[in-house]
Design a protein around this ligand. Structure first.
Ligand SMILES: Nc1ncnc2c1ncn2[C@@H]1O[C@H](COP(=O)(O)OP(=O)(O)OP(=O)(O)O)[C@@H](O)[C@H]1O
Ligand SMILES: [Mg+2]
Length: 278
């Protein structure tokens, strides 16, 4: 236990205290007879930008649920923003973490106005009710919508937006509380080519912003990795195949093992592509 807790407390390197954003030690999640995550160790330091890759059912969303303090591990220790899951009030921890995922999107009421989708994040709710929002909150929400190129829809019902527009609104919402950790679960799913390229460009700009939070992006597609992302974690059947600095991890061998088929992988000016090797 002592060794596990050492993993989730700040590390001192020289005289510099490295703040650990995530420190998972031996984390498993079991439901019935199924092991969703199997003994995962993972450290994310402040400022790092991670991608999590793996096939359907690998456990990526489960890992993000743990990282977002939405789920507790069955075994192991999960340290998040210098707190330990199970020994912290998750309702205080969650506003420090921005999440954009299909499960958050499903909770947004159909008729909710786009501006409210973003502004309600300050209360950790979906659906504006009787909370009192400051004008400053609304201004910040509008500014985030502008930054993500969707402010013209501020008064439209969320459900009336296209998939791509909704994805951008969700990221604006995830950034509303100025989080220390940003978790994006497949933000590129369902986007057309222009939509995907626009998203990759914006995420690349976010990655380059030193004020932007530490980020974890889940995707199936190497083409969606924004240049400037620094690290990768590969998951298969709930277990880590490889993790670490992006260029070391995204090898043909590691990716072929992860996705279960022989792959050719190339990297052109920071953009990755993968195709099956025939
Ligand atoms: N309550 C549960 N009981 C049993 N199995 C579950 C339960 N919840 C999730 N699973 C299974 O756990 C596995 C991991 O799910 P998860 O959603 O984390 O995968 P994923 O990597 O995000 O997949 P995808 O790429 O399809 O989104 C899946 O096979 C899923 O069916
Ligand atoms: Mg998933």
């Amino acid at each position: 236990m002592r060794a596990q807790l050492a993993l989730v407390t700040p590390r001192v390197i020289g005289s510099v205290v490295m703040s650990e954003v995530l420190g998972l030690a031996g984390v498993s999640v079991v439901r019935g007879t199924k092991t969703l995550l199997n003994n995962v160790d993972w450290r994310v330091a402040e400022g790092e930008r991670w991608v999590v890759l793996g096939p359907n059912g690998a456990g990526k969303s489960t890992l993000l649920q743990i990282a977002g303090a939405r789920m507790h591990p069955t075994r192991g220790v999960a340290g998040i923003l210098d707190e330990v899951l199970g020994a912290v009030d998750v309702f205080e921890l969650r506003p420090r973490i921005g999440v954009a995922s299909a499960s958050v999107a499903h909770q947004i009421p159909e008729h909710e106005k786009v501006l409210n989708v973003v502004v309600t994040a300050s209360y950790g709710v979906t659906g504006r009710w009787r909370e009192d929002y400051e004008r400053d909150d609304e201004r910040r929400a509008f500014r985030l919508l502008e930054e993500w190129g969707v402010s013209t829809f501020f008064n439209r019902p969320f459900a009336s937006l296209s998939d791509g527009e909704r994805k951008r609104v969700q990221i604006a919402r995830a950034l509303m509380t100025d989080p220390e950790l940003l978790l994006l679960d497949e933000p590129g799913a369902g986007l057309d080519l222009a939509g995907r390229e626009g998203l990759v460009k914006r995420l690349s700009e976010l990655a380059a912003d030193p004020m932007a939070p530490s980020t974890v992006l889940v995707t199936h597609h190497l083409e969606e990795i924004p240049p400037g992302f620094t690290h990768a974690l590969l998951l298969r059947d709930g277990a880590v195949v490889a993790q670490g600095p992006m260029t070391e991890v995204l090898t043909e061998e590691n990716l072929s093992t992860t996705f279960g088929l022989p792959l050719n992988v190339s990297n052109n000016a920071g953009r990755y592509t993968a195709t099956a090797r025939h």
